[in-house]
Design a protein around this ligand. Structure first.
Ligand code: MN
Ligand code: MN
Length: 281
């Protein structure tokens, strides 16, 4: 009888200990996550849990002043690029057009060059657009690093993709909004540069429209979220970007990423399930 009483209470004690340890470790982990999410461009989260480990060949985190990205050394393109856009990033710096290798990649990794795209039939497609970084020449120049570039079908790049970029900037310049944007590609439609650089089969973009300075806490169930998922092909240059709207949930299912992970779970579940039906110009 004494023995079973002891067993019962020690079981309770062990259970309590486990709960205390769990709560403590969750606290430590979440404060660690906060400490590593230093980049303003990752305010809404790090969609693939990218890290700066040089062994993380397929999901390597590059944090720049101008944007943050996950790079794949297998595909030789970014998995996603994430950036903040508000009025402070916009100015009159001219387009630098200085496409060049990103020498900040880990040593030994192939550095894609501008000429890898020559005669490929694909544009050097910016993820963070040149025109989103015009406050200084340095910031504009950073968008021409090849780690911010994917092989993009000219009709996609120069057609509806460019129109959505223009529309996003208009939300900033005419409505004073602060945007958090994530763009990337998934799937494979072959390669360029003798097999080195993967052509993503699809290109997606997610735009969260917020009020300046409100961050992840400012995102609520009424926040406008524009998500598009487009085919990286020729032949539809005059399409409207609005026709490619989809849900964040759908892009999460296709990529395996968790977008907007710093937004509370309930709000994510609501805004990630909606298809935007707002204005398109
Ligand atoms: Mn472009
Ligand atoms: Mn999510």
């Amino acid at each position: 009888m004494f023995k079973s009483l002891f067993r019962k209470s020690s079981r309770k004690f062990i259970l309590l200990l486990v709960v205390v340890l769990l709560v403590t470790s969750v606290g430590i982990i979440s404060s660690l996550q906060k400490a590593t999410a230093a980049s303003i461009h990752l305010t809404l989260g790090n969609p693939s849990g990218a890290t700066t480990s040089q062994n993380n060949f397929d999901n390597y985190l590059l944090e720049k002043t101008q944007y943050a990205l996950s790079y794949s050394d297998f595909r030789k393109i970014p998995n996603w690029v994430s950036w903040q856009l508000n009025k402070s990033w916009l100015g009159s710096a001219p387009r630098q057009n200085n496409f060049r290798a990103d020498t900040t990649l880990p040593s030994g990794w192939y550095q894609v060059t501008s000429s890898d795209y020559t005669d490929s039939g694909f544009d050097r497609g910016h993820m963070c657009p040149s025109a989103d970084r015009t406050n200084t020449i340095t910031n504009n120049s950073a968008t021409f690093l090849m780690t911010n570039i994917v092989p993009q079908a000219p009709d996609n790049n120069q057609g509806y993709w460019a129109q959505l970029e223009d529309y996003a900037r208009s939300l900033v310049s005419t409505q004073g909004k602060e945007l958090y944007i994530i763009a990337g590609g998934y799937g494979s439609a072959g390669t360029i540069a003798n097999g080195k650089v993967t052509i993503p089969a699809r290109l997606y973009k997610i735009i969260v429209v917020t009020d300046p300075g409100t961050g992840a806490q400012g995102v609520n169930t009424n926040t406008r979220v524009i998500a598009i998922d487009t085919p990286n092909v020729q032949g539809n240059r005059n399409a409207n970007w609005g026709d490619f709207r989809t849900t964040v949930d759908s892009i999460e299912a296709k990529t395996g990423y968790d977008f907007l992970s710093n937004v509370d779970g309930y709000t994510q579940s609501v805004i990630e399930a909606k298809v935007d039906n707002g204005l398109t110009s």
